[in-house]
Design a binder for this molecule. Sequence first.
Ligand SMILES: [Zn+2]
Length: 236
Amino acid sequence: MFSKGLSFLTRAMFPQRCLQCNVVLSILEQSLCQFCLCSAPQLDTIAAQRTMLLSSTLSTDRPTSFRSALYFTGPVQIYCYSLKYGNNYPLGVVLGRHFLSPLILTTLAGQRRPVVVTAMPVHLWRRLGRGYNQSEALARGALQGVRAAGVDVQFLALLGKTAHRKSQINFDPFQRWNNTQGALRTTKKKRVPKDALIFIIDDTVTTGSSLLRAAEAVLLEYPKAEVHLLALAQEL
Ligand SMILES: [Zn+2]
């Protein structure tokens, strides 16, 4: 209660501005104004279908899906950069809540099955440098949105990194695919309900290879679960 009052006072004295358009935010807004959030470039149906096809490469007899919320262009590049390098955890929560929780809710489509959300891991030294894992910030926001819709959901850290691997920036798609092999592992076995729907969250995807590897690792450990992949932004 006290800290809430304090944050209200801080916001009144030091008003926050929208990361994109610089307008002063209302007390109910965080990082981005409602206008900018609503005008973010959402993936059109054809691009979304193309991404979904990637999930068909997973060897599982259970339904899977692969969806991205936004195009990685203009303002979305600013969001992702600020989330990764701008020490902006609250932005991740806002983006996860606004863009990823609706995708989780539509995938559930009213099903009453246990829901688990997990995040793509980052290396420990990157996490220490940034202070947080950007995909986990998105996942926490997604969790908030799903809970606000009355659905019970838990966050579990199911994935970790095995070893340092090279940055993928200068790699072609084939090199990226090979570079991701063996880079992920599942963490010590968690209590995942048998028939759970597991959502793996990532910030940006290009070929989707890292997320597909993550799905394979999770399915190996929890073969009865159903895995769905969600990314905030799709690079073109
Ligand atoms: Zn704005």
